[in-house]
Design a protein around this ligand. Structure first.
Ligand code: 2BA
Length: 108
């Protein structure tokens, strides 16, 4: 069994969750936020049997889009003068995926 930790953009969560539920694959949704953009995203925890892992990856690939986000300008102080940095375009990927071996799984 594997524990999959998948970070997705909030806009894609519903579609991913619906497909996982259709396939009867359990999922836990955690509210999270990115360290760089400091915007909300969602972390999904999926306990998957080894033979379900490929299907979960395919669902993620199908349902998660990469998008361009704007990082707003921030005040910058240089040589005592306050200016504003240029707004920055940041490409946020479809999803970030981690796969971990599960030593033991129990339901109490
Ligand atoms: P954020 O940390 O808010 O990052 C959003 C996007 O900003 C990233 O998209 C990446 O394109 C860019 N970015 C991140 N750090 C950067 C930096 N130091 N300089 C320039 N650009 C940077 P993704 O790579 O698709 O990541 C989307 C979200 O997934 C991240 O949101 C973070 O919440 C999570 N994530 C990404 N890599 C991770 C990792 N190695 N461990 C844990 N979480 C991760």
């Amino acid at each position: 069994m594997k524990l999959l930790v998948i970070i997705v953009q909030d806009d894609d969560v519903q579609a991913v969750q619906n497909r996982l539920l259709e396939e009867k694959i359990g999922v836990t949704k955690l509210s999270s936020s990115g360290g760089f953009l400091k915007r909300g995203n969602t972390t999904l925890l999926v306990g998957a049997e080894d033979d379900q892992v490929a299907l979960v990856k395919q669902i993620i690939k199908d349902k998660c889009e990469s998008r361009i986000e704007m990082m707003p300008s921030i005040p910058v102080i240089a040589q005592g003068i306050i200016t504003a940095s240029e707004p920055l375009e940041v490409k946020v990927g479809g999803a970030i995926y981690f796969q971990i071996d599960v030593e033991e799984f129990k339901k109490f």
